[in-house]
Design a binder for this molecule. Structure first.
Ligand code: KIV
Length: 272
């Protein structure tokens, strides 16, 4: 089904709700630095997520847990300088909002003030109610994240599909409605059955953005390094790779090494 696309000069949280209402799918991608964010923004991606997946793809950690608030702010401010159209959403990292709601608000304020981002994202449902409420009360837009929430990986034990059992599916549906009622402007659903994700999307009026959650939701998000094939060891079923940059970049860099060794580079035209 093709839907007439409205031209947006600048995406806001309101634009996303409007897209859901008109049936226009929302595109969201991660970025963590200025150069990548420039490309992503110029390609008309609606939302740039400064994800705590920076902990994996930028810093090389096994999980998202080690990244700090200062590091997230550094990534976010680089992305904000590049984005002229996209809405920039920043993950509040693990340990910066779970212990109490005042700390959550302080973390969200630091992100907004020091990076210039437009919204924050947090993982979890009813258990982080007080934190979400307090951040929203300060006028900061909040995106939720349910399903496979990587900050809880040690509770889950594996990165397999979540909410396959009725009890967990039920809680996820309740959490989504709860986050909507609190005032979240959108929710990411990660790695859950497509049927459940569609049911959630149809039961709330805020946009549901999926990653490994099928096509029945309001938008899609991927990690940009995965989409471009810069990462090559991570191969979940939900990932569509549009390039194989791991190979292409490796070949280009090997060629450079050969050219230096063989004295082909630099030639006369490349010298002063
Ligand atoms: O950190 C991240 O990149 C994310 C996406 C996978 C949704 O949270």
């Amino acid at each position: 089904m093709s839907v007439a696309k409205k031209e947006y000069k600048r995406i806001t949280v309101k634009s996303l709700v409007e897209m859901k209402q008109t049936g226009e799918k929302i595109s969201m991608l991660t970025a963590y630095d200025y150069s990548m964010a420039k490309i992503v923004d110029a390609a008309n991606v609606d939302v740039i997520l400064v994800g705590d997946s920076a902990s994996n793809v930028i810093a090389g950690h096994e999980t998202t847990l080690p990244i700090t608030l200062d590091q997230m702010i550094y990534h976010a401010s680089s992305v904000v300088r590049a984005a002229s159209r996209a809405l920039v959403v920043v993950d509040i990292p693990f340990g910066s909002y779970q212990s109490d709601s005042k700390e959550a608000l302080r973390s969200a304020i630091r992100i907004m003030k020091e990076s210039g981002a437009h919204a924050v994202k947090v993982e979890g449902g009813v258990e982080i109610k007080e934190s979400v409420k307090r951040i929203l009360q300060a006028g900061i837009p909040v995106m939720g994240h349910l399903g496979l929430t990587p900050q809880s990986i040690y509770k889950f034990g594996t990165y397999t599909v979540r909410a396959k059992e009725e009890e967990e599916a039920q809680k996820l549906k309740e959490d989504a409605r709860f986050l909507e009622k609190l005032g979240c402007f959108a929710i990411v659903l990660e790695k859950i059955p497509a049927k459940l994700a569609q049911e959630v999307a149809e039961s709330v009026s805020i946009p549901i953005i999926g990653i490994g959650a099928g096509g029945g939701v309001d938008g899609q998000v991927l990690v940009v390094h995965d989409l471009l094939g810069m990462t090559h060891e991570f191969n979940p079923r939900f990932l569509r790779r549009y390039m194989n940059l791991y190979e292409d970049m490796g070949n280009a860099i090997s060629q450079y090494v050969d050219d230096v060794k063989s004295r082909d580079f630099p030639n006369m035209d490349e010298s002063y």
